[in-house]
Design a protein around this ligand. Sequence first.
Ligand SMILES: Nc1nc2c(ncn2[C@@H]2O[C@H](COP(=O)(O)OP(=O)(O)O)[C@@H](O)[C@H]2O)c(=O)[nH]1
Ligand SMILES: [Mg+2]
Ligand SMILES: [Zn+2]
Length: 300
Amino acid sequence: MPIGRVVRAIGGFYYVESLEKPRGKVSSEPLECSIRGKLKLGKEGILVGDKVEFLEVDGHTVIVNILPRETELKRPYIANVDLIVLVFAQRNPDPNDYLIAKFLVLAETSRVPYLIVFNKTDLVDKSESLKLMNIYRNYGYRVMCTSVITHLGKHNLQQALKDKVSVFAGPSGVGKSALLNMVAPGLSLQTGNVSEKIGRGKHTTREVQLLRIKPSCFIADTPGFSQIALDFLNPRELADCFPDFEEYRESCKFKTCLHLSEPGCSVKTAVAEGQISPGRYQSYTDLLSELKETWENKYH
Ligand SMILES: Nc1nc2c(ncn2[C@@H]2O[C@H](COP(=O)(O)OP(=O)(O)O)[C@@H](O)[C@H]2O)c(=O)[nH]1
Ligand SMILES: [Mg+2]
Ligand SMILES: [Zn+2]
């Protein structure tokens, strides 16, 4: 039975891109499918990103089976995402360590592999972009620098996306849509503020959708997030989402250490001795107080 990937879901219809050979060409239009009445759906139903088996019945295409889901990303709600590409700008908007930390924590909790892309590299000196890249590399993240103007990093980004289902996330205006247009020129996504404000263009709808840019390469563009909520995260789990704290937090005196002012805290010692960056520690404590507040409002 043929297998396809759901790229869009609207009003009871599912738009499915066939994953069958011949895979040389990407079909211009996905198949419009309904669900076979007998098919039992779980609580989540069918998600964009799901792999499904489909059949032609009386001139309609119907989904007859959903293949087991490998991953489930919550925001945006997409199944089987292989990679999250977190995009930030080197300038305009300027990088904000706290906001970056928040996106990184969100990606970390999703259990989907992710990488950081610092875009708009053309707007800064080489030394400045190298500095930013190295800071985040030293924290333990995978980092790339790109520019839509000079095409810096285009090949590396294309390689990273190859044969994967990827989601582009990050603040507004950092160049997510522009980067997608760079790696897949056929897309012609709207860039600039227009798409966010008016949102009536072809690919500017707010609902989740996967764009197929190669036979086995799918990408979801997301509108910029002006705020991201981490309210599902227990404050106690926050430090686990900082890979640069990992080698120290195991040796704190107390298992429940929040690395604030507890005695025998190895994370604080590492900050004092310069092994953990004070800026990162600041992002951690800022995020922690924000989380504690929402957590207490929610559960007490
Ligand atoms: N100088 C420069 N401008 C860029 C670059 N990438 C995007 N932009 C501009 O930044 C603005 C926002 O880009 P857009 O792709 O809409 O951002 P999004 O909100 O993250 O999708 C647009 O005016 C783009 O032309 C880049 O690499 N360099
Ligand atoms: Mg955009
Ligand atoms: Zn500690």
